[in-house]
Design a protein around this ligand. Structure first.
Ligand code: ACO
Length: 388
């Protein structure tokens, strides 16, 4: 690319080197920390995978034990965080906003944590904030963490007050492992831009939460689930999806900037979700979602030929998290409590480069204009609006 070429969405631009993940968007393959997605999603505990991303190697038994103790040390939310979450719940703030607000004050009770401890605090407290906010928003009291439970199981427990079964805990762990890390996506890029200014880790994570909130990134699974509910029956799938595409709507849970084939994470999550839809009515909903997926892909090929729009991670995220009884407004924050581990790992990597991230913009405004006296401006603005 020449120095003067513009690339508005930075498509295909390589802005970092990473050992954290490799995405092959043409083959539909994802490697995380050197291992295939299929292995890490189902064979590792979330804590082991976080350790791999942060420290570059899988932990030994003593290393994992020490790491686990450090994570659990921060699970309990201090009063200042609980207070702000209560205010947020009274004002019915969206869960992603509550996560941003809670995280901003999450280290107020601590002084001079080293980066390992701060990373553990951010990871543990993100999960506790989201789980506690589920309780507060439904008018229930917070649930204290249970140190006998893993990170994934404790998240479910603190959110529902009910001890998860082996199947539901495994479902949540598979989800967290699957979405923990994914190259230079928008939120990870945001975190790297912030940390590259030599700002702090917590600021980088809070910025990344803001980027993840948008419907073109982490905010898609809620609407994806709504679409399946709205469609309601297999016969209605085609007319309903056609109506959306005719209206110029985007189908949430489909399309990806990098994957031009099926997102490999969709398969892993589909398998994990299937285990949660066991009785007749649940099974019927799962089957309906699969029909919606097939019809959507066919119609996207018809309406957007050559765009190669396939199922992305968010479609089966919706199904899996719905199967775990989470409200759709908590889908994006649950994504965040996994991805926070990836953001932190990227911040470590970025900091090692010591390089500020500072692209250029191409000026397309006017030049050589002179400042009009204020009394004449509304008249001139009107003329300029008429010209445009
Ligand atoms: N439904 C309908 N049309 C779509 C969709 C979709 N889901 N995705 C892309 N298109 C169309 C666009 O309208 C555009 O059509 P046009 O050329 O006729 O104008 C064409 O496909 C190319 O779209 P772009 O916006 O250039 O593709 P981009 O790479 O920027 O899009 C994105 C990626 C934002 C994910 C997009 O596919 C989308 O909006 N999907 C729906 C939201 C979603 O599922 N987001 C989650 C993504 S996964 C994640 O972030 C964790």
């Amino acid at each position: 690319m020449t120095a003067t070429a513009t690339n508005i969405g930075l498509d295909g631009v390589i802005a970092a080197e990473t050992k954290l993940s490799a995405i092959d968007g043409e083959q539909g393959q994802l490697i995380i920390g050197g291992y295939s997605l299929e292995q890490v999603a189902t064979q590792l505990q979330f804590e082991e995978l976080v350790y791999l991303l942060w420290y570059g190697t899988l932990p030994t038994v003593p290393q994992l034990k020490a790491f686990d103790i450090m994570l659990k040390r921060f699970r309990q939310l201090p009063d200042n965080v609980l207070d702000v979450l209560r205010v947020a719940a009274r004002q019915q703030k969206q869960p992603m906003d509550a996560l941003r607000i809670g995280l901003s004050v999450a280290d107020l009770d601590q002084q001079e944590l080293d980066s390992n401890a701060l990373s553990c605090l951010i990871l543990s407290r993100s999960a506790s904030i989201v789980a506690t906010y589920q309780r507060l928003l439904s008018g229930d009291p917070p649930v204290a963490p249970d140190d006998s439970l893993s990170h994934a199981a404790n998240y479910l427990y603190m959110g529902s007050g009910v001890r998860p079964t082996q199947t539901t805990a495994k479902g949540m762990e598979t989800y967290l492992n699957t979405v923990i890390e994914h190259g230079l996506n928008a939120s990870t890029f945001a975190a790297r831009v912030i940390i590259a200014t030599q700002s702090d880790l917590l600021s980088a994570v809070v910025g990344a939460v803001g980027a993840l909130k948008g419907p073109l990134h982490g905010g898609a699974p809620g609407p994806a689930l709504e679409m399946v509910f709205e469609i309601g029956s297999a016969e209605n799938a085609e007319p309903a999806i056609r109506a959306k595409l005719n209206a110029g709507e985007r189908l949430m849970g489909f399309g990806h900037r990098v994957y031009k084939v099926r997102d490999p994470r969709a398969d892993v999550l589909a398998a994990a979700a299937e285990a949660l839809y066991v009785n007749g009515q649940q099974r019927a909903f799962y089957e309906l979602a699969k029909t919606v997926e097939t019809v959507a892909i066919d119609l996207l090929a018809e309406y957007k030929p050559g765009r190669r729009l396939q199922t992305n991670v968010e479609f089966y995220t919706a199904l899996l998290l719905h199967g775990l009884q989470l409200d759709p407004t908590f889908f994006a924050p649950t994504f965040a409590i996994a991805r926070v581990a990836g953001w932190i790992a990227h911040c470590y990597e970025q900091s090692k480069t010591g390089r500020l991230i500072r692209p250029k913009s191409r000026y397309v405004g006017e030049r050589n204009t002179s400042i009009a006296p204020i009394a004449l401006r509304s008249h001139l603005n009107l003329l300029s609006a008429e010209r445009n």
